[in-house]
Design a protein around this ligand. Structure first.
Ligand code: GLA
Length: 418
């Protein structure tokens, strides 16, 4: 090989390596459970012992995750969000958990979670105070990173409230990343940096990816179809800038939280999403290579919700080792066609029906649309994964496929090149 070509290759590899935060974690989108959307900032354990943010809540979730198939399905992190802290730091300036709600401390909780084969996530904020008003990490990045590492924490969700200025926001996100790396403990670093930046400034995703393992771009998801739709639409509108950035070690996060509250609300009969819409959310979060964090009460789950959340085929798409995020190919009246390149010459394909009136409708599309014409050339096998599994058999390049999709529902397919 000519020296110049060799040199060009070395440079290309170096550039590629420089892109992702090199802490060895989040090679596929992280999966787990996060308390926020279901349990918010419940601090009154006397009145609400089952719902308050306390060590009991996290140990009980860890128990269920280990016992009821969640861990085997891939859900690994048990994550604490806001409101775990005591109102002040300790005499040595360290963060500490609220002593009444976490009498054994976070170190003991981490040990417990680890004993179940799971990992522990924690929450802090780049500014002076968290979004709910508890002590923030500003001015204490090194100390807080050391504290989290000494407790055995495996993931940090770092919020962006009360940062003061855009410069301090960026500096804080960078410094916490460096501080976490310095601890020597592999800790997934979950950022909200671009979300807080975007109203004022275009985020520099190349830089954000060098510091964070995943990052929120858009508003918190709510328990409404409107919210899910707006996240999907926002992602499609910004796909040219965000899709290429995602990959092993760094992911776009369409919100780790409220997503699956919606499913858990099926349990209590007060849900914001229909079954079709829940299927759409699960399918689209897989297409978008999104971190999968449930926020629900795993102690009381309906079998349908469990079936969807533990569906092996959907999770395999979400976790595909190629690590490429999907994108919208076309929007044709009420139908959207999305695809995600997968390993082993396969594609995940989603057909989403946005129509909110009438009944099921058929969408017919040519297989030449997929994979730039290569996904089914000369032939492919098509498997339907959601809403029900179905074998669509072998097709050739010039075939069309016609799928029936319920209003606000999604049909998720896997197309394997033969
Ligand atoms: C922000 C975040 C939420 C949650 C709350 C906690 O709103 O976007 O995900 O962490 O703060 O106060």
């Amino acid at each position: 090989m000519a020296a110049a070509v060799r040199w060009a290759l070395v440079v290309a590899v170096a550039v590629a390596l420089a892109v992702a935060l090199d802490n060895g974690v989040a090679r596929t989108p992280p999966m787990g459970w996060l308390h926020w959307e279901r349990f918010l900032c419940g601090t009154d354990c006397a009145a609400e012992p089952d719902r308050c943010v306390s060590e009991r809540l996290f140990t009980e979730m860890a128990d269920v995750m280990a016992a009821e198939g969640w861990k085997e399905a891939g859900y690994e992190f048990v994550c604490i969000d806001d409101c775990w802290l005591a109102p002040t730091r300790d005499e040595r300036g360290r963060l500490r958990a609220d002593p009444r709600r976490f009498p054994s401390g976070i170190r003991a909780l981490a040990d417990y979670v680890h004993s179940k084969g799971l990992k522990l996530g924690i929450y802090s904020d780049v500014g002076n105070a968290t979004c709910a008003g508890f002590p923030g990490s500003y001015g204490h990045y090194e100390l807080d990173a050391q504290t989290f590492a000494s407790w055995g924490v495996d993931l940090l969700k770092f919020d962006g409230c009360n940062a003061g200025s855009l410069e301090l926001l960026a500096e804080g996100y960078r410094n916490m990343s460096l501080a976490l790396n310095k601890t020597g403990r592999p800790i997934v670093y979950s950022c909200e940096w671009p979300f807080y930046l975007r109203p004022m400034q275009q985020p520099n995703y190349t830089e954000i990816k060098q510091y964070c393992n995943h990052w929120r771009n858009f508003y918190d998801v709510y328990d409404s179809w409107n919210s899910i739709k707006s996240i999907i639409e926002w992602t499609a509108l910004h796909q040219d800038s965000i899709v290429k950035i995602a990959g092993p070690g760094g992911w776009n996060d369409p919100d780790m939280a409220r997503v699956f509250l919606l499913l858990s609300q099926l349990v209590i009969g007060n849900f914001g999403l229909s079954w079709e819409q829940a299927v759409t959310q699960m399918a689209m979060w897989a297409i978008m290579a999104a971190p999968l964090f449930m926020s629900n009460d795993l102690r009381h789950m309906k079998p349908e919700a469990k079936w969807l959340l533990q569906n092996k085929e959907v999770i395999a798409i979400n976790q595909d080792p190629l690590g490429k995020q999907g994108y919208r190919i076309t929007k044709d009246k009420n139908f959207e066609l999305w695809e995600r390149p997968l390993s082993d010459r396969a594609y995940a394909v989603a057909v989403l029906n946005q129509q909110e009136i009438g009944g099921p409708q058929n969408f017919t599309f040519s297989l030449t649309f997929l994979g730039n014409g290569l996904a089914c050339n000369p032939a492919c096998r098509i498997q339907q994964i959601l809403p029900t599994s179905r074998d669509w058999g072998v097709h050739n390049w010039v075939s069309s496929l016609s799928v029936e999709v319920n209003p606000t529902g999604t049909v998720l397919l896997k197309v394997v090149l033969l």
